[in-house]
Each structure stands twice: as structure tokens, then as C-alpha cells.
Ligand binder design. Sequence first.
Ligand code: ATP
Length: 449
Amino acid sequence: MPPVVRFAPSPTGRIHIGNVRTALINFLFVTKDRGRFILRFDDTDVARSKQEYAEAIEEDLKWLGIAPDLIVHQSKRFPLYDAAAAKLRGVGRLYPCYETAEELERRRKRQQARGLPPIYDRAALTLTEADRAALEAAGRRPHWRFLLDHVVVHWDDLVRGASHIDCASLSDPVLVREDGTYLYTLPSVVDDLDLEISHIIRGEDHVTNTAVQIQLFEALGGANAAPVFGHHNLLTTASGEGLSKRSGALSIGTLREEGIEPLAVAACAVLTGTSDSVHPVQSLDELAADFDFSHVSRNQARFDPAELKTLSARTLHQMSFAAAAGRLALAGISGPNAEAFWFAVRGNLETFGDVAIWWAVVEGTIAPAIEDADFIAAARALLPAEPWNQTTWAEWTNLLKTQTNRKGRALYHPLRLALTGREQGPELAALLPLIGRAKAEARLSGRAA
Ligand SMILES: Nc1ncnc2c1ncn2[C@@H]1O[C@H](COP(=O)(O)OP(=O)(O)OP(=O)(O)O)[C@@H](O)[C@H]1O
């Protein structure tokens, strides 16, 4: 059976590089085996979730090359959660509790003072029908806890290997609040069962939820209903701080606005914190082919925006024309010279937007900078006849070298300034035939052309 995975963000902000690590690792995992990738919005918290964030997350994933096979919103699936809660109540695994937050806090402090672990003491289980009726008559509304089995839960984690949690060391988790709303745990498991998720791959911020969830999977779906789990390390900022959608740090939207390449974001998000080097890639398929859970480190990994910027430029430097052509066309760069143009300039790009500068140099009008008028006049007089090709530059400058005795920077720099109006740039051997003789001659005469 091909794997089915999900990426389950809460739509409470723009996704950041850490969220994208999770999304991509899931996506790469199923890409290899032709499985399904489900985007599930954990939007049961209606106060904090926003449709505009959900749309932005879809947009950001699309920009990265992730096309979900299915998109679901938890806010539209409440009847499923109600049915699951009813089933748990029916088998005695969901019980009402009436303690207030203050009472629970006092109890925790007493336990700590006596050197006991601060876990819920299950006092509510001893309430009689009459006790409950009295509490409700006094205006108390229950919250509902899942009755854990006090056993050690084991799972074989895709990243962390053999893992276990002793559920006797945990409080029975609250699944339903006083106001009837659900905490994250129950809807998550209900949907994973309903959508037949085979692998839950997520950040290690969720490790502590796993044992509870495995018990819930079994309570709702029977023995062995739990999927395979994998918890990868988290990314932090360069100074080691955690990332949060709500703070907006290192959001994909910002990186995109800065002109960072999506494939560079993907490579950085996936390869940082693994034993593989962070290197440019040509496609998500290439990343997928090389991805291996055993390469993922157990430690948190720092994400360095400076490294991403360099990687983005390196990604452009090796991008094929086929990959660039659509975007070049959108920037108005097409026609018979487009491919030669791309190969001439890609090695000099910091961001893709820089193509406009060089397209103006070869196709538009620029103001030349004449540094050494006599030399430039001599160069103009020696311009070869067309047709021009990649060897024209060498022929022309060799001739100039012998005639003027110039070499190195003194020979090349004034020519570059006159022909491109810029101090630096792509190899002139590649640019010159694209500029063409008419423009070259005009620029060497000091005219804008
Ligand atoms: N820093 C991180 N590095 C890697 N994965 C992360 C990081 N932060 C969150 N994730 C993963 O992203 C997925 C979506 O998580 P979630 O929507 O809770 O994001 P969040 O950034 O923690 O959210 P919020 O700031 O809204 O609390 C989860 O699987 C989570 O493990």
C-alpha cells in the first residue's frame, strides 16, 4: 500500500522554515513511493485560525512545489469528533471532571511539596451521580479527560528508533474543554484514522503526545490502529531561538519577497540538521531520491539565513534553461536569444530578478561609461565584422592587445564599462554576440544604445 501522510498546520500565521521542513519531509517521503500527501488545517481554534492564513499556507506550499492530493479543514469535521467522543464515553474512556484551573494548580503545588509527580490524581473518577448533579446544579460545567491505561507504550520511531513512554507518568489528558470545544489531540487522531494516514511525520515538539495518541488510536480503531511515527529535529533561528508562526520569524512569505529561490528554501529546510551537506538541487525529486531518515540528526539545528542566500544564488547558477524559461518569459525575456542569454548570465545572478539588469544590457538601451576615450576609439575601429559568436571577444581583444600593448584589467575593464555600463558582470565572451555589433559600436562611440 502506498503511504499516506499529512501536514497539519494551524492557520494562525504564515508558515516558517521549520514548518516547511515538516511539510517537505512528508512530501519527499511519499514522492518516492507514489503515496498521498494531505494538507490538513488544524483550525478547530476558531478564535485564532484565519482563512487568509490557510490560503497563504496553500500558496506558500505551491510556491515550494508541493501540490497536496487533498485539503481538509478540521473546522468542517466536528460531527466526526462528536461521534468519537461519544464512543469513548460509551466505553468508559472519557470521564467528566469539574475542577477549576485554580483547584488543579493548588493540587499540583501540594503534590510537588510532597515530592510527588504533578499528575492528575483522577479524583473525578470517585464522584457519584449525585456529586456530579450537585456540581452541575451549582453551575459547574465538566471538562473531559481520556482515561489512560497505565502501561508503557512503545513505538519504533522512523528517526529516533525504539521509543517508549510510561503512561503512568502522565496526567489523563483533557480532550474536551468546559465549553465543549476540542483540544488538538482527539480531532487529530480521529482524522488520522478517517483519512487512513499510514505515517505521522512531524517535529519532535510532538513526541510527548505520541503515547497518548497511540492509546487513542487503539481505543477508537482497535489494536494496531496506530500509524508509524517519525519525529524529526526542529529548526531554530541562527541564534538558537525557537520558531513560531505567530512571531512571523523566517516566514516563507518573507523569504519569497526577498527573492530567495524556492528550491534553495527546500534544500536548506530539508538538509540543515542532517549528515548531508546543504547543497543546491535541481528539483524536489532529486531531494526526495537522496532523503534518508537515518541522516536526520537528533539535535536541534540552527538555520542560517546567510547560508540560504548563498545557496539561492548557487541554485540559480546551475539552473537549466528548461527550468528557467517560464519565469524568463514572465519577465519579458523570450525569443531566439533567450537560451544563450540565460547561460551567459545565470552565473552572475544573486536573485532571479537580476535578469532584468542583464536583459537591458543585451536588448535594451544603456548609457555607456567611457573611461579612456583613445583606447575605446581604437577598440571601436577594430570591431570585427559580423557574424559574431562566442570566439569574437577573444579575437577582438587579442588584436587589441597586440596593437595597444595593453593587457589584464587595463585592456578589459574599459571595454566592459563601455559595453555594459557596469563595473562587473557576466563573461563578455558570452554577452558580446548577444549585444551585437550595432549596439556595441554605438556604445563604444559613447552613445546610449
Ligand atoms: N521549528 C520547527 N522545526 C521543524 N518543524 C517544526 C517547527 N515548528 C513546528 N514544526 C512542525 O510544523 C508542523 C505544524 O505545526 P504548528 O502548526 O503547530 O506550527 P508552529 O510553528 O509550532 O505553530 P504556532 O506558532 O502557530 O504554535 C508540526 O508538525 C510541527 O512539528
